[in-house]
Design a protein around this ligand. Structure first.
Ligand code: F6R
Length: 608
């Protein structure tokens, strides 16, 4: 996820920059670096691995200067070496970056054709190179920054220093968060307010598309079009090591909105963006050699596993045995020791999941852990660890961990398919392309559907029961929608396979119970439409979540139709997670429940 900080002021900065980075270390710790300007010289210290290595380096070779930027890295493009560590320098321009410059390859080719030579494998270096080129061509720093921002696409939080301007840091935000801190005769910049909490509690959050110029006297914030914009200055209550909500009312809301950013970082760990291939970070499980796969987990993590089952069976032709961990561990399932088992857990500490892991380990299976907390028990006891890199999830109802689990499982299934020869290199490339474009589509959907979900939630908050239906991967998603709604709004909800409707639940249909149908225009669409007809014929009210093709094809009258972009079947579960999360969230807000800490629940379930 990477963390960035900057200070422009009057006192020496390098020690304080490292202090701020320590609070951002949860965002990544592959490498770290600091750059300052002193006596007309732009200089830097960088080190591989955790921050402590940078700290040691700085003690041996201090870095003077009253202006500086710093970075703690979670590698996406380029190995986590010192050479790829930020800040990146080109001709007096220094850059730190969090995010992914999607069109870096195209810009890099142009710059190389123009005579540039690149020192790193990172996407970030194109920002420094492009700015340096624009300045060489005669632009001033402000014009160059504006032109550069027009040229790059993707997700980024950037901080930039220019050797010739030792009184100024420029920043820009498109996606990942960025907070400006106000001091006395000094200004600060950070990925979150916690990083800045030792220096100031007066914070202005940049909004997507903003860029800013920080000098010791203050900050000028500019909008996308280069015109000044006003952003609210607020008092932050962030304390050291306490993650804060930014501009959001609840952690759950913040975590829903963080998904495009965190999932793109997670994918960066599993997907080679340049080659269009899956490259798994841990080879302890040989997917080409196993006869079957067992998956076990609890709650939302189990539902992610259930979607994973569809993918492993479809793309890798790998039979999957899956169950909730509390059943799995006691079923005495006869599993082959040649098989592998995956355990999915945000916390990595869930007692039932851990017990299932130990059951499989005793049988001699290779163990894989799909976890958020890499130091957790489940990760420690596994042979292969597949981190989901969602960052700290504070809201008890899992949102970003769910979609990151899905992202990782999708990459594993495609990687397994390639290893087993069940998909071709061309098919792999096409699937990887869909994965790469997913964060951008997620972001689009988040912005587009928010108002309608809020309105719809008002109606839903008056209901006592809600039914969710879906087929294929939309079936586990229907169960996840129901789980999310019930756990935070306390409305009774059930998720069913749409085809099961007529085998029982249809008896419940009346005008008081909304039926939420999740139906992208996929292989199952026509069948799901028939099930919708059955609901409509009995006076049921339908909330239809579909895509443009599905909306055009359906003639049914609905209570509401949520139209998402047409997307490939592989990424549909991640994209369709957004409306079901927003619906649950806004319904709970209307009902006035404790959204982040719903009753009777806990984040890490370490008892049976
Ligand atoms: C629901 C939710 C829970 C967890 C479950 C497993 O929103 O968060 O259902 O998914 O308790 O927890 P982990 O993933 O930590 O094993």
């Amino acid at each position: 996820m990477c963390g960035i900080v900057g200070i422009v002021g009057v006192e020496p900065v390098s020690e304080r920059l490292v202090e701020a980075l320590k609070r951002l270390e949860y965002r990544g710790y592959d490498s770290a670096g600091v750059a300052t300007i002193h006596d007309g010289r732009l200089d830097r210290r960088r080190a591989e691995g955790k921050l402590v290595n940078l700290d040691i380096r700085l003690r041996g070779e201090p870095l003077p200067g009253t202006i500086g930027i710093a970075h703690t890295r979670w590698a996406t493009h380029g190995a986590p070496t010192e050479n790829n560590a930020h800040p990146h320098f080109t001709d007096g321009v220094a850059v730190v970056h969090n995010g992914i410059i999607e069109n870096f390859s195209e810009i890099k080719d142009e710059l190389i054709a123009d005579g540039a030579t690149f020192a790193t494998q990172t996407d970030t270096e194109v920002v420094a190179q492009l700015l340096a080129k624009l300045i060489r061509e005669g632009m001033d720093e402000r014009e160059a920054m504006r032109a550069m921002l027009k040229r790059v696409t993707g997700a980024y939080a950037l901080a930039v220093m220019f050797r010739e301007r030792p009184d100024m840091i420029m920043a820009a935000r498109s996606g990942p968060p960025l907070a400006v801190g106000h001091g006395r005769g000094e200004m600060f910049l950070g990925s979150d307010a916690i990083a800045l909490s030792p220096f100031t509690n007066e914070i202005t959050y940049l909004v997507d598309g903003d860029w800013a110029i920080l000098t010791p006297a203050g900050v000028e914030i500019l909008g996308h079009d280069g015109h000044p914009v006003k952003r609210q200055r607020q008092v932050s209550h962030a304390a050291a090591y306490m993650v804060d909500k930014g501009n959001h009312r609840h952690f759950m809301e913040k975590e829903i909105y963080e998904q495009p950013e965190v999932i793109s970082h997670a994918l960066g760990h599993y997907v080679d963006f340049l080659d269009g291939r899956v490259s798994l970070p841990d080879s302890a499980i040989d997917f080409s050699a196993i006869p079957s796969l067992a998956i076990s987990a609890c709650g939302t993590a189990y539902l992610a596993g259930l979607i994973g089952k569809y993918w492993f069976e479809r793309y890798a032709r790998l039979p999957v045995e899956i169950d909730v961990a509390s059943e799995f561990r006691y079923r005495e399932i006869p599993l082959s020791p040649k098989a592998a088992a995956l355990f999915i857990s945000q916390s990595g500490e869930t007692a039932d999941t851990l017990a299932s892991l130990r059951y499989c380990k005793d049988l001699g299976l290779k163990i894989g852990a799909v976890v958020n907390v890499r130091e957790s028990s489940i990760a420690r006891e596994a042979d292969a660890v597949f981190p989901i890199l969602a960052g700290p999830e504070i809201g008890v109802a899992s949102t970003k961990a769910f979609t990151c689990q899905l992202g990782v499982l999708a990459a594993l299934a495609v990687g397994a398919g390639r290893a087993r020869g069940t998909i071709s290199a061309e098919e792999e490339k096409a699937l990887v392309r869909h994965l790469i474009e997913m964060p951008r589509i997620m972001s689009q959907v988040l912005n587009a559907i928010q108002p309608v979900m809020e309105t719809l939630s008002r109606d839903l908050s008056k209901c006592r029961d809600v039914l969710y239906l879906g087929r294929g991967t939309s079936f586990p998603l229907a169960m996840e929608g129901a789980l999310k709604l019930k756990e935070i709004s306390y409305i009774h909800a059930e998720g069913y396979a749409a085809g099961e409707l007529k085998h029982g639940p249809i008896a419940l249909i009346d005008e008081n119970m909304p039926v939420i149908v999740i139906a992208p225009h996929d292989r199952f669409f026509e069948k799901t439409i028939s099930n919708m007809q059955e609901v409509a014929a009995r006076g049921g009210r339908i909330i239809f979540i579909t895509d443009e093709a599905g909306a055009a094809a359906s003639k049914l009258e609905t209570m509401a139709t949520i139209v998402l972009p047409n997307v490939d079947e592989l990424i549909a579960p991640m994209i369709y997670s957004i409306p079901i999360q927003l619906l649950a969230y806004h319904t709970a807000v209307f009902m006035g429940t404790d959204v982040d800490q719903p009753r009777n629940l806990a984040k890490s379930v370490t008892v049976e």
